[in-house]
Design a protein around this ligand. Structure first.
Ligand code: FEO
Ligand code: CA
Ligand code: CA
Ligand code: CA
Length: 720
């Protein structure tokens, strides 16, 4: 997310007024601010192991006995990949893993994955048609769907690797002329950019020479920003989804003069993190979709047919961050579908969670509106002991919220097909974190709590299309950019439903004058200055933190939870200090309270089945500025009981580490490296990185996002 060409969620528009939980906790002893109290309704003394404040006594960790639910970390930390001050690059243009482990690249942006696809062209002069059959750009969240082995068990040697492509680096995508050089912004370039977005399905197999992509597999598939999709759930058919209908051709989007019926849409974009379902499908989450649209006149020239809705449309644009220019992709210049003045309802078709059946290459992806519309980061499933199903989700923007969706139906274990439309019926909740370590899930249900026609919500469909505005009205807690969620496995004696969420940073936290998202939903995206509170305890939260919560009664149906701050990230050697206006006793400022290897800007988050918490970072990729002691981006591994953390992987210059999954046997791990060397220019693409060529993969030419396969040299389980 810190990429040069990436939409910056920490630098956006906006102004807002929910009661902050600061108002409540100001009266509370600050030394006791961030650890948990007893879970409502559980009867347990659910005090979590928290490290939010140095002053928190060790006894506070007693509820989860050391060792429970955790099999240990066995590897030796790798050293940080620090910045070479003389070159401005990191010392190593490599992915580095611990001694006794090996990292090899399996595939990269532009590699062929479907029958008939051409090899990648290092000069990057291929067109959209080629890109539609090759791995997309800027890899992000990922899942491994195993084939069934001969003995009927899930294979750990063959399956489908399904991954998101978050965005494109237009400097690397269009050869030496770039997006704006040569013929300028053309429909051919924009179609190529759109083709590099979306999702890739790669058929992978372990061979005698290691893991390989099966390049002519019938399972190979690309889903792009132009793939036809179905819209389902409570918002399907809503008038607000009836945007202009275009035919998509290589030469341009042809206005049919009709409108969509609200049940169909084109494509998916800015697919950041992900999820999967127990019924075998992949979930891809649309994050910074707003940046592909632009409203050059800010509604001055709006579609005349929609003139009576103009004020609402403009309000909606500002709440979701659609601007007059977009983020620089320039799609709206040559593709009228993305002009939010002339096609102002089209943005309502994005911002959803999309469900994909990876094993059926002809299946139509489905936008599941019941899960709400925001800047979705990931969607992590929990099936509780009673087979109730919920998905936990963050909305990644400064001062946005954490959500969960609870399915109306229980998981049907005997008839998998009965689960096909589980994501269409259920209740969406948004989280309020209270000062005493308790919290409440607030239902986003039409007709309740002011979600009524007089407040701009005509029906449940409108509540979902305007999820952010609905959550504003309910008084949800503004968070420091919720990124991935991860669910702790209920194994090895650990039985709670415990969910973690990375809060990557918030440059506006604690700014003056203080303000909050207004209950009437009119706040511009990311414009508020929320005061610090228990759940977001640091002003100018540069390094970010990780919060976690436990559901009441070990049920995903719970409407109450308990929470604490798992860790405040930082740099123990930092000389930077917090503003003098904020200095509560015992606060450690930018030093954080990590036990072990320091990191910051946590983003990717995932638990393996042995209870190891894997954390991936997205900070400034050249190890400069605040990151001189931490170096480039990393993946670390943490013990959820003690917080003890070790650095497992370091990365090349100017990249982000994001996306992680293992095979069922935990002996192969896949990790994505996104946007290496993104300081490069069209005329000097390898200015700061030659990766993955520098790691022995593929031809030279320009840096490429790629997937790394990590194995332990003795064939053992990753993390041991
Ligand atoms: Fe795409 Fe929130 O990271
Ligand atoms: Ca990034
Ligand atoms: Ca990020
Ligand atoms: Ca992310």
């Amino acid at each position: 997310m810190k990429g040069q060409f990436h939409p910056k969620n920490d630098v956006s528009l906006n102004t807002s007024g929910n009661p902050s939980i600061r108002d409540v906790i100001d009266a509370v002893d600050t030394s006791r601010r961030s650890f948990l109290k007893a879970g409502a309704g559980t009867g347990a003394v659910a005090v979590f192991g928290g490290f939010a404040l140095a002053a928190v006594p060790q006894a506070a960790k007693a509820a989860i006995p050391a060792g429970t639910g955790f099999a240990g970390i066995g590897f030796t930390s790798v050293p940080p990949n620090l910045r070479n001050a003389a070159t401005g690059k990191l010392f190593k243009d490599l992915v580095t893993v611990p001694i006794d482990y090996t990292a090899r690249v399996i595939s990269a942006w532009g590699d062929p994955i479907m029958p008939g696809a051409p090899d990648w062209d290092p000069a990057s002069t291929q067109d959209a048609a080629a890109q539609e059959m090759q791995v997309g750009m800027h890899h992000d969240g990922m899942h491994f769907f195993p084939f069934t082995a001969a003995d009927g068990t899930p294979s750990s040697t063959e399956g489908l690797l399904v991954m998101n492509h978050e965005y494109t680096d237009e400097n690397q995508l269009h050869g030496a002329e770039g997006l704006t050089g040569g013929a300028g912004v053309t429909i051919a370039k924009v179609r190529k950019s759109q083709a590099a977005h979306g999702v890739s399905v790669q058929h992978v197999r372990k061979t005698a020479r290691g893991w390989r992509v099966v390049r002519n597999s019938r399972f190979g598939r690309r889903i792009t920003a132009n793939t036809p999709m179905r819209i389902s759930g409570p918002a399907a058919g809503n008038d607000l989804l009836k945007s202009k209908k275009f035919d998509i051709t290589p030469d341009g989007s042809v206005d049919t003069g009709m409108v969509n019926d609200g049940f169909t849409a084109y494509g998916t974009m800015n697919n950041c993190a992900n999820g999967y379902t127990p019924w075998g499908t992949y979930l891809t989450c649309e994050e910074n979709w707003n940046g592909y649209f632009a409203a050059p006149t800010n509604g001055a020239v709006i579609d005349p047919d929609l003139f009576d809705q103009k004020p609402e449309i403009i309000k909606g644009k500002s709440r979701y961050g659609i601007s007059t220019t977009g983020f620089g992709y320039q799609w709206h210049v040559v593709d009228p579908r993305f002009n939010a003045d002339t096609n102002p309802l089209e943005p309502n078709t994005t911002g959803w969670v999309v469900e994909i059946d990876p094993f059926n290459p002809r299946s139509t992806p489905v936008k599941r509106t019941a899960l709400g519309r925001f800047k979705h980061e990931s969607a992590q499933v929990v099936v509780d002991a009673n087979d109730n199903v919920a998905f936990y989700m963050g909305d990644d923007e400064r001062n946005e919220y954490i959500y969960k969706f609870v399915c109306a139906n229980k998981l049907n274990r005997s008839n998998p097909r009965a689960n096909r439309n589980m994501l269409d019926n259920g209740t969406l909740y948004v989280a309020r974190f209270d000062a005493n370590g308790a919290g409440e899930w607030l239902p986003l249900v039409w007709g309740q709590n002011g979600l009524t026609p007089e407040n701009g919500f005509a029906d449940q469909g409108e509540v979902l299309i305007k999820t952010r505005q609905a959550a504003d009205r309910l008084g949800a807690t503004m968070m420091d950019r919720p990124e991935w969620t991860a669910v702790r496995p209920r194994t090895l004696g650990f039985e709670e439903i415990e969910v973690y969420c990375t809060l990557t940073n918030n440059s506006r936290r604690g700014n003056n004058p203080p303000s909050s998202n207004k209950p009437d939903g009119t706040t511009n995206a990311a414009s508020a200055n929320p005061p610090v509170d228990g759940a977001n305890p640091r002003p100018d939260n540069d390094y970010g933190h990780i919060i976690r919560w436990r559901e009441g009664g070990r049920s995903v149906m719970a409407t109450t939870f308990t929470w604490d701050v798992f860790v405040q990230c930082g740099d123990k050697l930092a000389t930077k200090t917090l503003g003098s206006s904020y200095n509560p006793a015992g606060h450690d400022g930018y030093k954080g309270n990590i036990v072990g290897d320091d990191y910051g800007a946590p983003d990717g988050l995932w638990f393996d089945d042995y209870g190891r918490l894997w954390i991936q970072t997205d900070q400034q990729g050249d190890g400069g500025g605040d990151w001189v002691n931490i170096g480039g981006n990393v993946m670390v591994c943490a013990d959820p009981n003690t917080g003890a953390t070790r650095r497992f992987l370091t990365s090349p210059t100017d990249c982000e580490v994001t996306g992680v999954i293992v095979t069922p046997d935990h002996r192969t791990m896949f990790v994505n490296i996104q946007h290496p060397g993104d300081s490069g220019t069209p005329s000097d693409p390898t200015k700061t990185s030659h990766w993955p060529f520098s790691q022995g993969y593929g031809p030279a030419g320009r840096p490429r996002s790629a997937t790394v396969v990590i194995t332990k040299n003795d064939g053992g389980i990753i993390g041991t």
